[in-house]
Design a protein around this ligand. Structure first.
Ligand SMILES: [Fe+2]
Length: 387
């Protein structure tokens, strides 16, 4: 099949089509878009093109590249003196009552000055550029546990904190070079190596984390830059350059589950598509390092076309002009929408003196859809299966 340029695919389509309000004129617009596509495309590809266009219109701020992002400043947020004072007060309370990372609760660490800004911060993650850098201004005089407690408490304002292991890492995971102690090839976060772009898949749970928080406890002296790319930018690039590969990204693949995230009662892989549309939103699930071994474990092998699609995806996600890049400083908290963006990391110098230490948090949103209310969640996700 000949490759189509974006001009060919979308020739004549009004860029003002659609609405970023999420209202349903999208359906009418999809019909209009569909009528303007070349008839030679397979149905599945046509459906992806139509849904993708509607999604781009609904989440317009996600369509960024490095250059377009430079013009926006709403992805940085500095904690004011009032928030810093409340953090100090709460840490005094924690200390006076011998609370620990494991015993502190939401009620022990209320930050009303931060709460005032949370709606707009969450909005940036959900409907804006998809990530935030919070400069907490915390001094390096905090103990590591105090730092972890602050990170947990701030991230708890974004969403419900998820466990990252069955009987360990219940509140956070420390991302640092674990040296030879790390023998799991899927756990790049425990090494100083470059981490190729991926989503955090949270394989213990049926639902991946909505948000990922990386709180910098110790900055790297050399390397370790964080990189972020939008799923919409990835898909747009594929549509423009290799639309023939589109269906392969919406197929299911087996992911090899990291060793410490395997349920004893379940198999070593989880199955899901690399990309999917949910309620009009493009979501992405990816980690190449988990896919080839995952397919092997499931007794399957990738087809030539699938390998070509994965190789092209790897090429696109590493293009520097499509990525945001930043080197986190001590006290900075990077929060990313983990459903619609991929993140990665450059290699850094290992060793405790100059190594990079991040406290990682995973969060489920409480403020969108059924949130974390068990009744609403079951009704939304399980009620149909019961019938
Ligand atoms: Fe990650």
């Amino acid at each position: 099949m000949a490759f189509l340029s974006s001009n060919t695919v979308y020739r004549g389509i009004d860029p003002a089509l659609g609405s970023d309000t999420g209202a349903n004129p999208t359906v009418l617009h999809e019909e209009k878009i569909l009528s303007q596509l070349p008839a030679c495309l397979p149905d599945k590809t046509q459906n992806i093109l139509v849904t993708s266009k509607a999604s781009e219109l609904k989440f317009q701020r996600r369509n960024w590249k490095k250059d377009t992002l430079k013009k926006s400043s709403y992805n940085r947020f500095k904690f004011g003196k009032d928030v810093q004072k409340q953090i100090k007060d709460r840490l005094s309370f924690v200390k006076a009552n011998n609370l620990t990372l494991d015993t502190v609760t939401q009620e022990d660490f209320r930050l009303p000055s931060l709460a005032k800004d949370m709606a707009s911060l969450r909005h940036t993650l959900d409907d804006g550029v998809g990530f935030l850098i919070l400069d907490t201004g915390l001094s390096s005089s905090l103990t590591e546990e105090e730092f972890e407690i602050v990170g947990w408490s701030v991230c708890n304002y974004f969403g419900q904190i998820m466990r990252q292991g069955i009987d360990h890492d219940l509140r956070l995971f420390t991302v640092a070079d674990k040296g030879t102690a790390n023998t799991d090839p899927t756990r790049i976060g425990a090494s100083a190596k470059r981490s190729a772009k991926h989503s955090d898949n949270g394989c213990l749970e049926p639902r991946p984390p909505c948000y990922l928080g990386l709180f910098c406890y110790q900055a790297s002296n050399s390397g370790g830059d964080s990189t972020i790319i939008s799923a919409q930018t990835i898909l747009r690039t594929i549509i423009d350059e290799r639309p023939d590969l589109l269906p392969y990204y919406f197929q299911n693949y087996h992911f090899r589950v990291p060793q410490s995230h395997i349920w004893p009662s379940k198999g070593p892989t989880v199955e899901k598509p690399l990309m999917e549309f949910r309620n009009g939103e493009l979501q992405i699930h990816y980690a190449r390092v988990m896919i080839s071994p995952g397919m092997e474990m499931a007794g399957l092998s990738l087809t030539c076309e699938q390998i070509e699609a994965l190789d092209f995806l790897d090429d696109v996600i590493e293009r520097s002009e499509l990525n945001f890049k930043t080197l986190l400083k001590q006290g900075e908290l990077l929060v990313i929408n983990n459903l619609a963006f991929l993140h990665g990391r450059d290699a850094f110098t290992p060793g405790m003196e100059s190594g990079r230490i991040l406290k990682r948090f995973w969060m489920w949103r409480r403020h969108i859809g059924p949130g974390t209310d068990p009744m609403l969640l079951d009704l939304a996700e399980l009620a149909d299966q019961e019938q």
